[in-house]
Design a protein around this ligand. Structure first.
Ligand code: XMP
Length: 326
């Protein structure tokens, strides 16, 4: 296994030519490491696992088995995009697992944030393990570990590994981007031909919308989070804020308030908008979103999203708040 220390001589990958050289070298090394064996990858559709998938497709083609677990907590359109990009366009060997009911059943009634995270993480491993057991002849496990994961923890962050697999499924690791910083992973992803909205996307937590559907997750509020998030992203993109604001999303709390629609009283959920900027996620400031745009987004969300009658904008920096609500 190669070293976990980035050599001082390693040039920062800042342009397409450097990315292409990195890709060529990785393809050679991956072919050497993997030979004619099979390699398994949990493909979430996030930047890191997508770049690893694209590298491996280039290096070993059908020997790569990608598993995409749809746990129901992804953003609108994401599972569909994974299938379209990797199966339809890149001809990857992709197993799509619809585990939505399974996750939501396990999460039903659970309101404590860390407990929700644990359930999502554990269930993910379980689903992935089941799929791994259906495969014959897997010898390698690919992971989208990146250099900050190595620097920030002794091993890898939970969302970048499927550590926790039982002993008999401990495959040899393949981590082709483990010495790269995030901006380099993006340059490599672009050079590999991945779509911009996959390569330049904002950070998204491992437990996904699960930590933005506050308290015990219900299907109606989860849909309200997903739909309002899609409207927010669409409006930020249209108004030049995509790529400018570090992270922006909506959250839906587990209480309702009184409103009025078409002359009738409603009792529905609020949507909270959060838009923040930060360098390292340890502290964050709030984006000064134009008021007219906030009014327009409010209008769209209250008209288009079911079970919602109110929109709030979170003005709190970190600290005292965290970026996520849970
Ligand atoms: P907080 O809320 O702690 O978030 O200010 C800082 C950054 O971390 C992300 N975040 C997570 N990412 N699993 C993840 O992979 C998690 O459980 C998790 N919780 C928060 C958050 O989106 C922000 O970018």
């Amino acid at each position: 296994m190669s070293s976990n220390v980035r050599p001082e001589s390693m040039e920062r990958i800042t342009n397409e030519a450097l990315a292409k050289a990195f890709i060529d070298q990785q393809v050679r090394e991956l072919r050497e490491q993997i030979g004619d064996k099979k390699v398994l990858l949990a493909l979430s559709g996030g930047v890191d696992s997508s770049v690893v998938a694209a590298l491996l497709i280039k290096a070993v083609g059908q020997q790569l088995v990608c598993v995409h677990v749809n746990h129901g907590l992804l953003r609108k359109g994401e599972p569909e995009q994974v299938v379209k990009v990797f199966r339809d366009e890149m001809n990857a060997n992709l197993i799509y697992v619809d585990a939505v009911d399974r996750f939501l059943d396990k999460l039903a009634g659970v309101s404590e944030p860390e407990k929700k995270r644990k359930i999502i993480g554990a269930e993910f491993i379980r689903v992935f393990e089941e799929e791994a057991r259906k495969q014959d002849g897997i010898e390698f496990l690919a992971q989208g570990t990146i250099y900050p994961d190595i620097l920030e923890s002794d091993g890898v962050k939970a969302h970048h590994n499927v550590g926790g697999l039982p002993e008999d499924l401990k495959f040899e690791l393949v981590e082709p981007v483990k010495l790269l910083f995030k901006d380099e992973v993006r340059v490599v992803g672009k050079a590999l031909g991945l779509p911009d909205n996959m390569v330049f996307r904002q950070p998204f937590p491992g437990p996904g919308l699960g930590v933005r559907c506050l308290g015990a997750i219900t299907r109606d509020r989860l849909e309200a989070v997903r739909e309002s998030d899609a409207i927010l992203r669409e409006e930020f993109a249209k108004n030049g804020l995509e790529g400018k604001v570090w992270q922006y999303f909506t959250a839906v709390p587990d209480f309702r308030s009184v409103g009025v629609k078409d002359g009738k009283r409603t009792f529905a959920y609020p949507v909270i908008i959060r838009a923040v900027n930060t360098k390292d996620a340890m502290t964050a400031t709030v984006e000064n979103v134009p008021f007219e745009l906030l009014q327009h987004i409010t209008d769209r969300i209250t008209k288009e999203v079911e079970n919602v009658n109110r929109v709030l904008f979170d003005l709190t920096p970190k600290p005292s708040a965290t970026i996520e609500w849970e």
